[in-house]
Design a protein around this ligand. Structure first.
Ligand SMILES: *Cc1c(COP(=O)(O)O)cnc(C)c1O
Length: 236
């Protein structure tokens, strides 16, 4: 059976992105397998997201929770692992826990406690990443580094979350040096906080890097890159 033009485009785009990830990993002396690609499907409908998964991108991310619920419940593919990557309101936690394996954008202690409590009610443990405001822009979500130094012990002690690492978005309109400085600050914060935890073996992920800056994020230690637009080039 012939593939549709959409599937061909997705396969080509995915291959190019994987090649760029592998090239950046090689350039900075890192194994390419240490970097997980999350395809962010917020620009496309469920059919295109399903086709991306069939093309081999099994980690899919959404920024709006309602859109994640919709796609995750309408696409039947047990290989897909869903990631909530955008801001999550507390009243949307319960439903999101039903679909998302990882929540990247946990940006306050109140939200963290709400996730722990609702995961407890469902008898589950959920993987979370704490979002850090590395750019210092007041419009951006996320913990300040100092807040996290203070709260990480409590968060790590919650029983129904697994604290898997940190996440950030670099500020817009910055050059390579400035962007890498922000990504490096997330890596250094992870290393510092790991030193505060009794057991940091599960606390290693750095979710950073999008279409415009993922190679710089890989240079600075990203373990998860969240990529949308360039996967859908030619389709949008
Ligand atoms: C949209 C989005 C991405 C992907 O952005 P692109 O620039 O399209 O690759 C990554 N992370 C978050 C939180 C997003 O909202």
């Amino acid at each position: 059976m012939n593939e549709s033009p959409v599937e061909n485009t997705l396969r080509d785009n995915l291959q190019q992105v994987r090649e760029r990830i592998a090239a950046a990993a090689a350039q900075y002396g890192r194994p390419a397998d240490d970097i997980t690609l999350v395809g962010v499907t917020k620009y496309v409908d469920a059919d295109v997201a399903a086709a991306l998964a069939r093309a081999g991108c099994h980690h899919l991310g959404e920024s709006r929770p309602q859109e994640l619920w919709h796609k995750a419940s309408s696409i039947e593919n047990p290989d897909i692992v869903w990631h909530q990557v955008g801001h999550l309101q507390r009243n949307k936690v319960a439903r999101t826990l039903e679909y998302a394996a990882v929540i990247h954008s946990v940006d306050s202690l109140r939200l963290t406690r709400a996730i722990d409590r609702m995961a407890g009610e469902k008898n589950m443990t959920t993987r979370i990443l704490l979002e850090v405001n590395v750019s210092g822009e007041s419009a951006k979500q996320g913990f300040d580094a100092d807040e996290l130094r203070n709260d990480v012990g409590e968060i790590n002690g919650l029983t129904h979350i697994q604290l898997a690492g940190l996440m950030c978005m670099a500020g817009l309109g910055l050059d390579e040096g400035q962007t890498r400085e922000q990504f490096a600050s997330l890596r250094m914060l992870r290393d510092e906080l790991a030193g505060q935890l009794p057991d940091a073996s599960h606390f290693g992920e750095l979710s950073m890097g999008m279409s415009g800056d993922f190679e710089w994020a890989i240079a600075e230690g990203a373990t998860i890159v969240r990529i949308g637009s360039i996967l859908f080039e030619g389709l949008l």
